[in-house]
Design a protein around this ligand. Structure first.
Ligand code: BGC
Length: 758
């Protein structure tokens, strides 16, 4: 323990004793036995708050500029040296550290991990921990106190331009993964963020749109990933969203920030605003529970993008006027300091300007990419006896690789979730000023990780050629002359705008980044190739008018800085794919509950209620292109012997045997879904648990999956509590949400109201 800790403990102990009515002089103050780290952090933080002037407190609750300060990055709050409070540096870090200073991106060597939707497709909580840990390490190496990764808004609208930043459509999958990611980051002494709280589900009119959601839907879907992630991961930071929720700005929403987050969930960290236009009023924000304004400014006149801010002089004036109580300001500061103490940052702030270990980053990025790719389709070409994938390097002679800039790199998404490319963009933008409807569409980033080079390295004896895809007829001819044609399809999305369609874009849909009709190219290649493989680099679902005519489809997502090598490893079977879809892939855009994104109607009514994601397709009997949870392997798995038991408290244990019935080692994500008693009025099924199991060929194992009582509960809008309905529950276990071979089991339960717990 450092001297500073000891002093603070003494101070806190003395304060406690006097609060209890006086000290006992016969006992030294050092006999305090407080060891619980949360209590220690709280006591030290309140001792610091007690010593601070009003100006010092105000200083700690607003950023003083974006891309300013010694490090640049998203936010900067100077510390208070006289109290040992270090400077506070914040960077975006959805997929890696995004450092920019005064408008210039810093090429700091940060590792670009695969996108967050890819991480969700791994269904791997240990990988999520490693992902958070890797980014945390790099943030701390550079000197950052806080990272702004951790997007977990649900994929209600697949055309949302930020789907790649989020963790899919299921609240339980997203919740457990974000919790692990958070712990991974915070174990590196970096404050993690969970965002955007809440229901920030599309980019169109993102500052003014109003998500209208009934209480039960809100609690069972939109808030649930946050509830799980916050209770389990205990992030130091929750970022409130730009949008309104049921008519009130998220960052001024007392129900959201105070009643639910802080009171009901017992959240001890701080709430930070999103970067501009998130607030309209100082008093409303402060009293609703906002603890820090970001995109803040030195004088409240002009913050990020010149937008006026509210938590500097305006907050000071509100405190003086008594419209914001001083106790509220103290609480804002307390929340920030207790996290810095709790995570060890106060006593050991990160030194600035370290060097990133790029080799270690590459290993982490490759592992994540390999775990997250989803083999959607793998058919056996006519005249052969095995599926098109994996490719056999020993026998294959001619490979043609087509399109998607696969000769030079892999794509990634844009906006604050971008990790700047090491050594610059692999692809020159076709048209940086291209517009659609008067809006500049933006340039995609491709990392310098060439799938073509990696494919050549895998098949050194084959002739591997590349065509850029702009000439579909030439591509079809080359495909006819090759043993296999591998076509790359890319779909760029970015913060700030939504996709017009899930269809692979052409030059009209994405004039800055695409020069040809990708669907026509794939169809032409498929028509002539002996073996056709489509590799998709996308941030969300893709519609596939050509799906029946290609042999294989591999969803690689935005696979990060090691994407090229990871794609080749999967194509050649060095890695057996094990990813499963965290979102439903619909046949058409309009299969989704929201038929179109309105540019004029600011009220976004969640009229589908509980029927969101796969729940929608199940309840409406719509056959998806690929269902939630789907993903193939180069081996096969068999499930047998399901038994389930629900204890008196509503906790489920499910056991079954899983066997690898194929010829190669592989991992299966065994998924458990529950159908609630009919009277509960729930969608047909919900995911309640899963386990990813690695098995050698021929091996089998007994798998036990537990799910806590909350997973069987519904939100009771009369009690405002979780309640497990009485009746018979049906459980299924299988390899996707629509596995025809899934095993089923029924279990009666008497019903139970669950206590609100932290
Ligand atoms: C985004 C946040 C991001 C912030 C800082 C905002 O526009 O919505 O997700 O962390 O900018 O860059």
């Amino acid at each position: 323990m450092t001297t500073r800790t000891t002093l603070a403990l003494l101070f806190a102990a003395a304060g406690l004793l006097s609060a209890c009515g006086g000290s006992d002089d016969s006992k030294p103050a050092t006999t305090t036995t407080v060891t619980d780290p949360d209590t220690v952090a709280d006591q030290r933080a309140s001792a610091l708050v007690a010593q601070m002037t009003l100006d010092e407190k105000i200083q700690l609750v607003h950023g003083v500029g974006t891309q300013t300060g010694p490090l640049g990055g998203a936010g900067y709050i100077p510390g208070i040296p006289r109290l040992g409070i270090p400077d506070y540096y914040t960077a975006d870090s959805a997929t890696g550290v995004y450092q920019a200073k005064n408008g210039v991106t810093v090429d700091n060597g940060a590792t670009a991990m695969p996108s967050n939707i890819a991480l969700a497709a791994s269904w791997d909580t240990q990988l999520a921990y490693n992902y958070g840990s890797q980014i945390g390490k790099e943030l701390r190496t550079i000197g950052y106190t806080e990272g702004l990764g951790g997007g977990v808004d649900l994929a209600r609208e697949l055309r949302n331009g930020r789907i790649f930043e989020y963790m899919g459509e299921d609240p339980v999958l997203a919740g457990y993964l974000i919790a692990s990611r958070t712990t991974g980051t915070q174990d590196q002494k970096v404050v993690a963020t969970i965002k955007h709280f809440a229901a920030n589900d599309q980019e169109t009119n993102r500052f003014t749109s109003n998500s209208i959601i009934d209480e039960r839907t809100l609690r069972e879907l939109q808030l649930l990933p946050f509830e799980i992630g916050i209770k389990q991961g205990k992030p130091g930071n929750v970022m409130c969203a730009y949008n309104l929720l049921n008519g009130i700005k998220s960052c001024e929403n007392t129900y959201l920030l105070t009643d639910v987050l802080k009171t009901e969930w017992g959240y001890q960290g701080k709430v930070q605003s999103d970067w501009f236009m998130a607030l309209t009023d100082t008093v409303r924000g402060a009293n609703a529970g906002l603890d820090e304004e970001e995109g803040g400014s030195t004088d409240d006149s002009a913050g990020f993008y010149g937008v006026p801010t509210f938590f500097n002089q305006k907050l000071k004036a509100a405190i003086a006027a008594g419209t914001v109580p001083l106790s509220r300001l103290n609480d804002m500061v307390q929340r920030k300091l207790r996290t810095m103490i709790r995570l060890g940052i106060m006593d050991s702030p990160a030194p600035l300007g370290g060097t990133i270990d790029q080799a270690a980053g590459d290993v982490a990025a490759k592992a994540a990419a390999e775990q997250s790719m989803v083999l959607l389709k793998n058919a056996t070409p006519t005249g052969t006896t095995t599926p098109a994938l994996p490719l056999n390097a020993a026998t294959i002679q001619r490979i043609v690789v087509i399109g998607g800039h696969a000769d030079v790199g892999v794509m990634t998404g844009g906006g604050s979730a971008l990790t700047p490319p090491r050594g610059g963009n692999a692809v020159t933008c076709l048209n940086p000023t291209a517009t659609i409807g008067g809006q500049v569409t933006g340039c995609a980033t491709w990392y310098k990780s060439s799938p073509l080079d990696a494919i050549k390295a895998k098949a050194p004896n084959a002739t591997v050629t590349y065509l850029d895809g702009s000439d579909a007829a030439a591509a079809a001819t080359a495909a006819a002359n090759a043993d296999v044609a591998i076509v790359f399809g890319t779909q760029w999305e970015t913060e700030g705008g939504d996709l017009a369609s899930l269809s692979l874009p052409d030059a009209v849909a994405d004039p800055a980044n695409q020069s040809y009709d990708q669907n026509a190219l794939i169809a032409a290649v498929a028509a002539s190739a002996k073996r056709s493989v489509v590799v998709l680099e996308s941030g969300t679902a893709v519609t596939m008018p050509w799906v029946n005519s290609v042999h294989s489809v591999l969803e690689a997502w935005y696979p990060g800085i090691q994407g090229g090598a990871a794609i080749a490893d999967v194509l050649f079977g060095t890695v057996n794919p094990s990813g499963k879809l965290p979102i439903t892939f619909p046949v058409n855009d309009t299969d989704q509950p929201q038929k179109a994104i309105s540019s004029t109607d600011l009220n976004v009514v969640y009229s589908e209620g509980l029927n969101m994601g796969y729940r929608w397709y199940d309840s409406q009997n719509i056959t998806p292109l690929f269902p939630f949870g789907h993903g193939l392997s180069y081996t096969s798995f068999a499930y047998s012997g399901l038994t389930t038991a629900v204890d008196a408290n509503g906790n489920l244990t499910a056991s079954f045997t899983l066997k690898n019935t194929g010829l190669v080692a592989g991992a299966e994500v065994a998924q458990i879904y529950a159908a609630l008693p009919a009277a509960a009025g729930e969608p047909p099924q919900r995911l309640i648990g899963w386990q990813k199991v690695q098995l050698a060929p021929g091996a089998s194992t007994k798998v036990t999956v537990s799910a806590t009582a909350e997973r069987l509960a519904i939100w009771d809008i009369t009690l405002h509590q979780w309640r497990i309905p009485a009746g018979t529950f049906s459980f299924t276990v299988g390899g996707s949400s629509r596995d025809p071979l899934a095993l089923a089991s029924k279990q009666p339960f008497a019903g139970k109201v669950l206590a609100l717990t932290h």
